[in-house]
Design a protein. Structure first.
Lengths: 334, 334
């Protein structure tokens, strides 16, 4: 586990409890308050009390609608006049297309040519226009910047944006509003929007809650960044967790350096078998980018992998897991 | 649609609002209050506001734990002394095994040899003892009766039992407690425990709510019974909806004759494509015996298939669907 907690404040973000509450008020009429489910058989495997925030059941099938709708609904009319543009491996693209349709403005989505078909169909179903690019982070960003310059569209970055981070933080806010004494929260980490939002959303409500990111071994830039104390990037990755192929930005890295309690690396095999177990035991379809957040707890040590202090009430640790999305081609479940 | 509503009272059951409330109090500490989910894209297809009560997310993966736990927890110590026995195509067996384990008594489950492997594993995982029989209703019942005679175990019939029906009725009670102005409820129908419980649970709270059963064309005994006014039985069926191969009893038939608004027949193809659509759009795994309850609304006429009067508020009809279970071999999703 990589961890390099700093005591310096994270100056690269304006996201605080107030911004998160404002985001929540803004988006609540439009999104689902997703259920928090439990599973006795997964509790037994992990040796903990697990709580699952089901953002796979969220509108557009992932948490991404939280940040995207917060960003798009807070644009001024002038900012929104030429529509929006973004680059995304899929779920953020669908979320931007959906939130743009609520606002009645066009959305242009730059996607890597190897994005799953189910995610492309989703963007189109919300009326978004897809523009394919090479499967490299730099290609995505360059094409999105060009479109922004040409069209005057507002850029809705998938994570390097305080409005996005404040929106993603609302999932942790809802989580702690319902299960107030969670010991720790686990989320996937890719660009760091959900993980940094979860740190801010959770710790602004309860400073002593632990927050961990789960990252594919094959896309371990956040792990290396935290370990070395310097932002590490990654041009591409072939992890099955197609939503986790992006790298941290300076903004999300700064937040994580200050607030995250650790990054846990997960193998491809662990990601796949976790998705299968969730389908079998919980009857829920989660995408590989999402099953990763339960995977570490399925190891022989169970919750021991997190090295957390015992609870004062002597009960098993209470661990919250954000199931971030469910957009997977069904063939992938085999 | 078959319907033969009688004005005579249903004398074969003692299940009333009070019995249902008592059942609810008895089982609530042990079961999940399952979430009620919505899906904009399914609303669009059906032309209605759909609400899905997710009993696939219930303990043991189906609503059957409601009736089984009500029956087993209300046994006297003397009645429970020699354990319990039942016959079941799967979900009721797992539920009986689970509730018996809560009570610390043995459970013997007679299952047809062609029951899905996932359902056999579930029974075993709760410590139940499986006894296989021929895939005929008469074989199941004969073997269970023999075991009852030999062991003195208490028979927990899957549906021909007021304690079971009262337990199953609690799903509709929870449904109307949360969505009080539903126009109609749809459930699968097999032996009629869930459907008769839903009629009693829903109509004891709001007399004017409509209740429909959905039944495989290939196992249409309830449809024929309602149509002819005489109980029709069925020795076996090869429908993919493995939980819907049983026939009504005199008790459930009497309740349905009085209270159900109709039975809709569904083809095998409709059952399968409904399960796929639910997985894709809702990220939920529902078994074929469960997807059948949404299938009629996916036809070109949408909710029009139910011939319901329009709502007084001019809004789209509000239809509640009970997703009864999620225990399916994952290969079945392909």
């Amino acid at each position: 586990m990589a961890s390099s907690k700093q005591t310096t404040s994270h100056k690269l973000t304006s996201v605080d409890a107030r911004a998160i509450a404002e985001a929540h008020n803004r988006i609540q009429p439009h999104i689902h308050r997703t259920p928090i489910l439990t599973s006795q058989s997964l509790n037994t495997i992990a040796g903990a009390q697990l709580f699952f925030k089901c953002e796979n059941l969220q509108k557009t099938g992932s948490f991404k609608i939280r940040g995207a709708s917060n960003a798009i609904l807070s644009l001024t009319d002038r900012e929104a006049a030429n529509g929006v543009v973004t680059h995304s491996s899929g779920n953020h693209g669908a979320a931007v297309a959906c939130a743009a349709s609520w606002r009645g403005i066009p959305a242009r989505i730059v996607m890597p040519h190897n994005a799953p078909a189910v995610k492309c169909r989703a963007v189109e179903s919300y009326g978004g226009e897809i523009l394919f690019c090479e499967a490299k982070v730099s290609s995505r960003m360059a094409m999105a910047a060009r479109i922004q310059a040409e069209t005057g569209a507002a850029m809705i970055h998938p994570y390097d944006d305080d409005r996005i981070i404040a929106g993603q933080a609302t999932a942790a806010k809802e989580f702690l509003e319902e299960i107030s004494d969670l010991d720790a929260l686990l989320t996937p980490v890719s660009g760091g929007g959900l993980l940094s939002g979860t740190c801010l959303g959770a710790k602004s409500l309860r400073e002593d809650v632990h927050v961990f990111g789960c990252e594919p071994e094959r896309a371990d830039d956040a792990y290396r960044s935290l370990k070395t104390g310097e932002l590490q990037t990654m041009e591409s990755s072939d992890t099955i967790a197609d939503g986790l192929r992006a790298s941290l930005s300076q903004r999300t890295f700064a937040i994580l350096r200050t607030l995250v309690d650790g990054i846990v690396l997960v193998t491809e095999e662990e990601i796949i078998s976790a998705a299968r177990l969730v389908a079998e035991r919980m009857k829920l379809i989660v995408e590989p980018s999402s099953s990763i957040a339960i995977a570490p707890l399925l190891r022989p040590k169970g919750v021991g992998v997190l090295n957390l202090p015992a609870r004062k009430d002597g009960k098993p640790l209470k661990i919250g897991i954000i199931f971030s999305g469910g957009n997977v081609d069904l063939a992938g479940l085999r």
